[in-house]
Ligand binder design. Structure first.
Ligand SMILES: Nc1nc2c(c(=O)[nH]1)N[C@H]1C(S)=C(S)[C@@H](COP(=O)(O)O)O[C@H]1N2
Ligand SMILES: [Mo]
Length: 155
């Protein structure tokens, strides 16, 4: 019973694989674990100081599309001065241009990953993290992903 409670508490602290998505200051919507599970799976390798680590998850592009970003036949106009900010539960933040996530412009393959080496992410980096496969240094591969904010600069 004591072990059961311990695992229950650890499970709650670690949290389920969900994230908040805020588009242009609107109240955030929750992208639930079920929403994520419904998206196509992709894999990518992160390059960590010469070590290649296999990750799996969903495309950041697909998460943003699910949240209402219309990529259409390719981004245009004000969408090209829009950025995507990823926020972690330790306060770390990184930004990408929305254009970097548009497959008609770049093959960035940026992932919202939930597995490393085929296993669920450890509490130190998950349950979700960003993986930027083509970066030479994993500085933008944000661990402990909590929220994504999409901000259009040119109103
Ligand atoms: N949440 C969070 N993510 C982060 C960081 C951080 O401090 N906090 N550091 C970044 C940097 S500088 C690097 S090099 C990588 C290291 O990833 P690793 O801890 O999986 O090796 O995480 C990146 N993601
Ligand atoms: Mo780093």
């Amino acid at each position: 019973m004591r072990w059961f409670l311990l695992f229950l508490i650890l499970g709650c602290v670690h949290g389920s694989a969900q994230l908040l998505l805020r588009i242009n200051g609107a109240p955030p919507v929750t992208i639930s674990a079920a929403d994520l599970a419904a998206l196509p799976r992709h894999s990518a390798t992160s390059n960590d100081h010469g070590k290649h680590i296999p990750y799996e998850g969903v495309l950041l592009h697909d998460v943003l599309e699910k949240g209402g970003i219309n990529f259409g036949k390719g981004l245009r106009g004000k969408q090209l001065s829009t950025y995507v900010e990823a926020l972690a539960s330790d306060g770390y933040q990184v930004v990408f241009a929305l254009a970097d996530v548009d497959p008609t412009i770049a093959d960035s393959g940026i992932l919202v990953a939930d597995k490393r080496d085929g296993q669920a992410l450890a509490a130190t980096e998950g349950p979700l993290r960003i993986v930027v496969p083509h970066d030479k240094r994993p500085a933008r591969s944000l661990r402990l992903l909590r929220e994504i904010d999409v901000v259009q600069l040119n109103k």
